[in-house]
Every structure is written in C-alpha cells, then in structure tokens.
Design a protein around this ligand. Sequence first.
Ligand code: 13P
Length: 256
Amino acid sequence: MRRSIIAGNWKMNKTIPDGVALGGALADDAARFIEKCDVVLCPPFTAIKAVADRVAESGIDVGAQDVHWETSGAFTGEISCEMLLDAGCRWVIIGHSERRAMFGETDDTVNRRMKAAVAAGLKPIVCVGETLAQREDGLANDVVRRQVRGAFAGLSAEDASKAVVAYEPVWAIGTGRASTGEDANAMARVIRDTIAELYSRDLSEAVRIQYGGSVKPGNMAEFARQPDIDGALVGGASLKAADFMGIIAAMIDSKE
Ligand code: 13P
C-alpha cells in the first residue's frame, strides 16, 4: 500500500511571517493527519528555513520549488542541494511546467536536477504534463512518456524509487478547470507503464503519483478515489490553512 502524499507548492507567494503563520497553523493540527499522510510544504526560497523551523517536530516536511545541479561556484542566482538541505528541506519540486514554459527548463535540465537531488539525499517531486494543444492533438500520452523517460534517464532503480511523480496537465493549472479523476488516473497508468519499461513492474507499482491542477477541498476526493493516484500537488489552495487541511482530510477519508 502506497502512503498518501499531499504537497503544497506556494510558488512566488508568502513573506517569511506569512509563511511561518501558515506552516504553524498546519503544524499545530498535524496530529490529526500525519500518521496517515505525508505532507510537504514548498515555500519560496526566502521562507524555507523559517517555515522548516516552525514545522519541525510536527512531522510535516519542507521542500523547495527548484534546485541547481552544480554543487557550488559561479552560478549567480542559483541554489544548490546542500543549501536546501542546510535550510531544512527534504524534498524538491523539479521540472514544474511554469519553469519549463517560462525559464527554459528542458528534459535534460530536469534530468540533471534529478540526479543531483537524489545524490544529495533530497527527494524529488518531478512534474510532468501536457499542454492543451498537445492534448487536443492526441499527443498527451507521448509527451508525458517522453518527460518521464527524460527525467529518470540514468537513475538507478534505488534512486528512482525515492521520487514522486506529479502529473500536472498544464491546462488545469490555475485555471479552475481540473482534469477528471478518470483521465488523471489513465495518465497515472501511462506513467507507471513507462516506469515499468525503464525498471520493473514492482518499482512502477511502488512509486507514488500525485495529481496537480486546480485541486480544491471539493474535488480532492475524486482524485483520491482513483487507484493509481496517491496524492496531490496543490498550488492556489495550499495558500490557506483551511483549504489545504480540507484537501488533506479528503485524501485521508477517500483512502480509508
Ligand atoms: P493550482 O493548484 O493553483 O492549479 O496549481 C497547481 C500547481 O501548479 C502545483 O504545482
């Protein structure tokens, strides 16, 4: 049985005090959910340390939204795995579609980040997902297969087993237009089949897969009920404690 995992991607939101307040509200309630569900908060870089300190002891984990693959040096503006670990991160989001679309992220740079993260002991949440045009052209499965193959290229089975894959159709992100549970599960199957081709059926059944894209407390159950979906990567609805708690509760209730 795969353990559920709900992650909040705060994107470019929350000052340090606002982030600490949100993390604190969740940490103070963590006893209600942490036995049944992994919870990861991904603040902007500036708030990571303060949020990690605030949620320490609660069982809630903290992650970053990106990481550079080099260990140190003349890479102005970049952050290394060691720095993230030092700030209290255990997780890192890699290859988010916003970084692919706006900041030149490619399957190759996703793969470099994946290798650096697992080598350093950070657990990746690697994002894949097709655009609306790709879906309308019938290319969704091919695009996601290519992204999964690119992300995992050259990773050992042991390292691959540490990753979580987030299926986030680009057209569902921030639009209020979530995928259906059925379509999301079908893509989760495509992802598992691709991982089985790369490694083994056992590993593909052990890897955790999240759905992301306009997840709210009201639609989480539809995704959580799907056999191949183990959680969610949440954007907008992770910015309010009550909404994020509602999503965690829906996840737990649906898997019980
Ligand atoms: P929304 O939940 O705001 O649609 O964002 C999803 C997302 O991009 C999470 O990484």
